[in-house]
Design a protein around this ligand. Structure first.
Ligand SMILES: Cc1cc2nc3c(=O)[nH]c(=O)nc-3n(C[C@H](O)[C@H](O)[C@H](O)COP(=O)(O)O)c2cc1C
Length: 295
């Protein structure tokens, strides 16, 4: 799986590398060429997961939007994005030219909004989507989709009815995750991304009091997500894409040992935009050592 010539299959799609760029941590993808050659993109980046896209453009939250914490990062971007139509028109053509699978990360305020996004994609050549179910469902008083297994079932059923491509569900660590994972499998999802960020808060100044509430990512969450991957991989037959604090090949390798088959690199991109190359090489080296040991 890790060798340069092998390919990884997740659902109906093949990937040249098991390392994907996580949603929201590489912007809209239009600056990839500033940091990578086209060959590097094709070799090391298994897939580009887009910034979360909505039906209408979203401005996001006012600043402060980011805060560093010990071993972590809190972000409160508020899902800022130009909207699906602008993304398809302005950003998708360049991304497509790299010949790397593009996974459209989608979020809606209601199930119907998610389904409307999928209808728009049906008219295009987009073949892979990742549903972000951590976002609030306004039809249910703003609680996250991930908190309601029935709503997740309705959502996936609706998407599956009209979309036959790769359907990944990105689970939230908050809510009845085991039950939600079971529903994803029953309703026909192809893979699970485990997991999104964890709700957190930091105090930025004491007087006047200034706080930031947002999602915690980075090394601080790796032990938490590692446990989720371990437990879910025993319960679910769906391929698992690990997302949480992957900063080194060793992090990815540990996720591999507990059942993950692909990995999303997120916060690491904000520290070093070329991190995915180093992580890939470190991982391949560890895999080779491990395979020799197993022999
Ligand atoms: C600045 C920032 C923006 C993000 N935006 C999104 C998003 O739009 N949609 C989504 O599903 N996840 C989003 N995420 C979550 C990441 O894709 C990833 O799942 C999470 O940060 C955990 O991985 P990491 O610890 O490697 O960063 C974002 C994370 C960060 C740090």
């Amino acid at each position: 799986m890790a060798g340069e010539r092998s390919t990884l299959k997740v659902g109906p799609l093949s990937f040249r590398s098991p390392f994907f760029l996580a949603s929201g941590t590489w912007g809209l993808g239009d600056s990839l060429e500033r940091y990578f050659t086209e060959e590097e993109i094709r070799t090391y980046i298994g897939a580009f997961v887009t910034k979360g896209l909505s039906l209408e453009p979203m401005e996001g939250n006012p600043p402060p939007r980011l805060a560093e914490t010990p071993c972590g990062l809190i972000n409160s971007i508020g899902l800022e994005n130009p909207g699906i139509k602008v993304f398809l028109e302005k950003y998708y053509p360049l991304l497509k030219s790299y010949e790397v699978p593009i996974i459209f990360n989608l979020h809606g305020k209601t199930v119907e909004e998610f389904l409307a996004l999928v209808q728009i994609l049906k008219e295009t050549d987009v073949r892979s989507i990742e549903l972000n179910i951590s976002c609030p469902n306004v039809a249910e008083g703003g609680i996250a989709f991930s908190q309601s297994p029935e709503t997740v079932a309705r959502l996936i059923r609706g998407v599956r009815e009209s979309f036959s491509g790769l359907l990944v569900v990105k689970l939230s660590p908050i809510g009845p995750i085991m039950e939600v994972a079971r529903i994803c499998e029953e309703e026909g999802a192809d893979a699970l991304t485990i997991a999104n960020t964890y709700p957190a808060m930091a105090i930025l100044s004491y007087s006047p009091l200034s706080i930031i509430k947002g999602g915690l990512s980075g090394p601080a969450i790796k032990p938490l997500t590692l446990r989720l991957v371990y437990e879910l991989s025993q319960k679910s037959k769906l391929p698992i894409i690990a997302s949480g604090g992957i900063l080194t090949g060793r992090d990815a390798f540990e996720y591999y040992l507990v059942g993950a088959r692909a990995f999303q690199v997120g916060t690491a991109n904000l520290i070093d935009p070329r991190a995915v190359i180093r992580i890939y090489n470190e991982f391949v080296e560890l895999m080779e050592r491990y395979e020799r040991l197993s022999d």
